[in-house]
Every structure is written in C-alpha cells, then in structure tokens.
Design a protein around this ligand. Sequence first.
Ligand code: NAP
Length: 245
Amino acid sequence: MLTDKVALVTGGSGGIGRGIALALAKAGAFVLVNYNGSADKAQAVVEEIEAAGGKGEAVQCNVADFEACGDMTKALLEKHGRIDILVNNAGITKDKLLIGMSEEDYDMVLNTNLKGAFNTIRHLARTFIKQRSGKIINITSVVGIKGNAGQANYAASKAGMIGLTKSIAKELGSRGVCVNAVAPGFIDTEMTRVLSDTAKKAITDNIPLGRIGSVEDVARVVAFLAGEGGDYITGQVISVDGGMA
Ligand code: NAP
C-alpha cells in the first residue's frame, strides 16, 4: 500500500499517465497530476481519483522548462512536505523519417521526453536523498530499446532515458532511492490511436501476446515498482510490451 505517500506523475492528464495516477491513488497515495496544456483533462483525472475515494491535485508545468520544474517542485514540497514517488511519464512524438526531420522536431521531443525527466529528477533528488528513500520511475519505450524508422528523435529520447535511469540508480542507491524504467510496447492511447488500422494490424502481428496493451497493463507495473514490491529493484528496464522487445 502507498498510504501517506505523495506521488508526482508528469503527463498525468491523459493516456498512460492517467492510468498510473489512478493506480497509485487506488493504492493510497496522494497523487499530484501534472499536465502542460490539458487543465480540464487533469481536473477530470483528479475527480475520478476522488470519486474512487482517493486524493489528488492537478498541477500545471511544462516539464521541458527547467526553471518551471524547479518552481513546481518547490511549491509542491512547501504544500505537501514530501514527495515519495516520481513518475516521469510526460512524452510526445514528432514522427518523420530522418531525411525530413526538422531541428525543431528533434529538439522538442528531446526536451520534453529526456530533458523533462532530468529536470524533475534534478529538482527532487536532494529531497529523496534527505528522506533516504524514494522511487523514481521513468516511462521509456520499446522504441528506445529497438529503434524505429520514422522515430529517430523519439527513440533517442527514450534510449537516453534508459542511460539516465541506470546512471542515477548508481548515484542514489546508497541513499535508499530506487530508480527504474518501464518500457511499454504498443499501448492504446491518443498517441497510438492516430495510426491506421493497417499499421495497427502490422504491429499487433509482431506482438507475441497477440494484442495491443492497455494503460492498466502499464499502470499495474508502475504501482508495483512504487510500492514495497520495488524495494530491492533498481537500475532496471522492465518491458511491458507483450513480448515485443
Ligand atoms: P498521450 O496520451 O499523448 O499523453 C501524453 C501526456 O503527456 C499528456 O497528459 C500530456 O499533457 C503530457 N505532456 C506532453 N508534453 C508535456 C509537457 N511538456 N509537460 C507536461 N506534460 C506534458 O501519451 P501516452 O501514450 O499516454 O504516453 C505516455 C508516455 O508513455 C510517454 O512518455 C510515451 O512516450 C510513453 N509510451 C507510450 C506508448 C504508447 O504506445 N502509447 C508506448 C511506449 C511508451 P497535456 O495534454 O496537458 O500536454
């Protein structure tokens, strides 16, 4: 159980982040539901948490902005006194074959997915060190492990998150902080709903378990790592991909 724990979930307003926020709240945590532009969706997630008997709060912050992340974490620590669980889930795609990929599309994806994770971890690391405990869970992707044509920027950001995870696990381990990555495969969210049925079928044909994943498939593993189940696990990349990787 996560009773008395405070969890910050970046990109908690939609898709996988919403599922993670609901799962952590169900396990008893107070969940800080971060969003960038979707205030209404974040508020709806908080209302869903409360309707199920849990507690949460919506928090606006663009994770790509280092200073804004500092302001957010400072304000949250002043208000709640602690943060025990950080889930770096906020992420975007700007897919194009390399030959047509703009510098802007590359930077935007790297800044949100990879630097965004650095930004929140950098601002919360001292808190975790002082608390001598903490769980950091970075949502990477099967694409960060295998690469994918048309997603060089996204794959680089997700592979970078794996290096970030493993390095920080080594730095913070002696202070009782566990740092892991979860690598979803193909999950049914707005990010993947844009694909054509033909593309989805081609992907599903390459999933050994024969189906697209749900946000709950991912959220359950994150909740496990955030709880006692993850107390002796650090520096790992856990694939939740139906066997894709
Ligand atoms: P999604 O439905 O598009 O949701 C993305 C979330 O990230 C939204 O809540 C969005 O909030 C937030 N976000 C985007 N930019 C942000 C920023 N700059 N600052 C703060 N929040 C920001 O995506 P998803 O499919 O749930 O993906 C969630 C994570 O899982 C991503 O890191 C993604 O790379 C990873 N993943 C997804 C899949 C998949 O198949 N879906 C597979 C592997 C990995 P706003 O709307 O408020 O901006």
